[in-house]
Design a protein around this ligand. Structure first.
Ligand code: FES
Length: 81
């Protein structure tokens, strides 16, 4: 089954890091050839802006995601090479 990764593209999360994080996740999926394993898409505001930027993975919410820590999160999800 594919993992579903959803990134908040509401204006607060978007302007505080998810703008870059979207691209980092896309690049990671491509670099690790995870296209068949991941359904990655955006969503509107989760009404939890103060704990953002927000990403969810299979319904589990990750808070305070940043372009710096998202790679660590992805490595935990998919394992390192
Ligand atoms: S903009 Fe992401 S939770 Fe509101």
């Amino acid at each position: 089954m594919k993992k579903e990764i959803v990134i908040c593209l509401g204006s607060s999360c978007f302007s505080r890091g998810n703008k870059q994080t979207v691209q980092l996740i896309k690049d990671y999926i491509k670099a690790h050839q995870l296209e068949d394993k991941v359904f990655f898409h955006g969503n509107h505001c989760y009404e939890n802006c103060e704990n953002g930027p927000i990403i969810t993975v299979d319904g589990k919410e990750y808070q305070n995601v940043s372009p710096e820590n998202v790679i660590y999160l992805l490595e935990n999800l998919f394992g390192k090479d």
